[in-house]
Design a binder for this molecule. Sequence first.
Ligand SMILES: [Zn+2]
Length: 464
Amino acid sequence: MLRRRSALASLLVLGGGAPSAWATNAADGSALLQRVRERALQDTRAWEIVTALTTEVGARVAGSPNDAKAVQWALAQAQALGLANVRAEPVPLRVWQRGPAQARITAPHAHPLVITALGNSVGTGSTGIEAEIAYYADFTALKADTSDKALGRIVFIDQKTERSRDGRGYGQAVVARVAGAVEAARRGAVAVAIRSIGTDRDRIAHTGAMRYDPQVRQIPALAVSTPDADLIARLAVRGVVKMHVALQAQSDVVATSANVIAELQGSDVADEIVLLGAHLDSWDVGQGALDDGAGVAIVLAAAHHIAALAVKPRRTIRVVLFANEENGFDGANAYAERYAHQTHQFVSESDFGAGRIWRLRTRLRADALPAVDELAAALAPLGIERPATGANEGSPGPDAGVLMRRHKWPAIELTQDGTNYFDVHHTDNDTLDKIDPATLPQNVAAWATSAWWAANTPQRFGPL
Ligand SMILES: [Zn+2]
């Protein structure tokens, strides 16, 4: 059946038509923005994409055969979604490889522990290490200790992670994982064990990266499950607790990965980039569904959605699936080198699971802020607020954050609800079933709307 179309509607016809100019008056611009949002909200493709990634590839630790498979998968996926200039840009790596790891309480009675080695940890040697535990209630208590309590012992840091919608609990706790080994070794410890950085009550351990200081002896580092951490805490108040740890690992293994890049070529300002990021790698446990399969799916689906419009964006929209976010930010650093010369309208990243987006924050040049009202109005029907305070103190995600800090590129943050994210983060439980398919279209709509707006507004956002 024939029906009449408005000029606006004709811009939105799928495929085929010649690229038209961006609406020249504000009313058409914001009407188009609403249409982009409403159409993306009907799109269930993100669920299909994350299902494919977790099923056809699975866990994909950087530099592994599965990571190489993920790169090939992403190239094919981006092509199939109608994106242009699809390419893999090699990223050289020196990776850490996990070996077998076990730990148990040996006194006051035998008890096997559920543990995981932390990323970058050295091994214990084949016979392992047995020592008394030196208990610390949190990282601050360890830092404050000037006694010889830790000397010759296995330091246990009982740092708890508070559940929070915006991830601040993780932000406060994660230092125990990253810097615990250095502070323990400074006090003469032979190993460090931490309560898993996570919010679940499951008997499952959370991995994640830790770091050494070249000036400080390297000691093995591991995380124990929450119920096991509870037990250690209860035993520690009753008297001497001994632990045996045996873990193996290899560091500095030469490997390679790639950033996968796909674009929607811009029209009259094609050399300016709107960057939608996610990271392709995951830890070697679980399926990397929430971290960060969901983000990969959300930004690919958002870009696909804009590719399907009959009108081109003015600026180039570039999807970047970063290599090795989890253990080194090698992909972000390689991108920062390669594209240092290019103007970036904004950088951003979806890397906080699959919960609904509830907040818009930015990090733009001050004179660009009035222009954000248009985006805020377009996102409000999705239940996304622009906060009264801190609205321009956004943090755009881990890889995009590297780019923002390094090049003073502007950024936006679409904050997801992360209330349950740290229940499964970096564990065997990060599997597809933890994603609610119903929350993904709202994410895709917010990303498509934001990308389209940033690509077409006359306002330039940076440099900061
Ligand atoms: Zn992540």
